[in-house]
Ligand binder design. Sequence first.
Ligand SMILES: Nc1ncnc2c1ncn2[C@@H]1O[C@H](COP(=O)(O)OP(=O)(O)OP(=O)(O)O)[C@@H](O)[C@H]1O
Length: 347
Amino acid sequence: MTDSIIPENVSTAPVSTAEKAKSDVLLSVEDLRVWFELRRFGFGIAGYVHAVDGVNFQLAYGEAIAIVGESGCGKSSLMRTILGLNKITKGRITYGGQSIADMRGEQLRKYRSQVGYVQQDPYGAMAPFMSVERILEEPLVINTTKNREERMKRIERALTEVKVSPVLDFLPKFPHMLSGGQQQRIVIARSMILDPKLMVADEPVSMLDASVRVEILKLLRSLQEKYKVAVIYITHDLSTVRYFSRRIFVMYAGNLVEKARTEDLLRNASHPYTKALLTGTSEPDANNAYSYKDVPPGEPPNLIKPPAGCRFHPRCPFIIKGLCDVEVPPDFEIESEHTAACWLYKK
Ligand SMILES: Nc1ncnc2c1ncn2[C@@H]1O[C@H](COP(=O)(O)OP(=O)(O)OP(=O)(O)O)[C@@H](O)[C@H]1O
């Protein structure tokens, strides 16, 4: 185990409630806003892209969640901010109780070593001139595993965990010599090699052949369960999350509009946008060829000037005029561990 910046006595057991005791919370995102400046040549700031705009959630030790939403809703901006790559405009992210914006030097290095990252494009994620051995050895060298023998043991263990075999055959290979699925296994091995407490997987299977997607998701799931690593799985594809995460957060135009346990969200989707997403999710059912699905028309809003009130109101078939187009809806409780930011659920 690498040096931890969080107390060692903290439980890594799977969680059962969303309202976690403080000591069970690994990551807390509080009223997070990430706005990107739009610059006009020579005339300063012309406006802001409100990519993440008031996001709140807590992630427990060892918990797997999915953040689902269509392209441009702010998923990657949220993920990059958690990784410390985007500046926080407002709000806070804490890890083990410490604000990541306040971390400096050694503390920041330790935080980064405890957060694994699996990208969408495995080939782009690896230096093409480095062998598998060097790709996996580099984080160990940077994070002061001085002993070469120890490094090799960890590399072999990581490759065995991601089911790449025979291990020794893969060590001298370069990324272009591997299939897409094998490349993603190496990226996963690299993300796990420092024994992270949190892994962020950004569309990890969307660039892979359909035949290997399930295998890679199952692998991530089994590593999550075995090592009790918390996972944030980011995807636009609702059909893949049901096999993966304990909770689903639905993101629309910079906001999390619905949060629920996976089975509750699929059984009792409440926000009109979630319903639309589910309607648009294809199931491998031959009868679908004969059915018509009524998906709400329109496009996601421009995040430079998002609509007032609920951001989904211009597309919503259930709009309450004078309310939805004026006031931002808070999270209303639908059932235990299930909220929807929609005025339809005001008591
Ligand atoms: N560095 C940046 N500067 C300016 N605007 C940005 C920047 N990064 C993202 N954006 C904008 O923020 C909004 C959200 O983008 P983001 O990539 O987070 O969405 P996404 O849901 O991950 O979409 P995708 O799946 O297509 O990557 C988009 O309008 C995007 O153009």
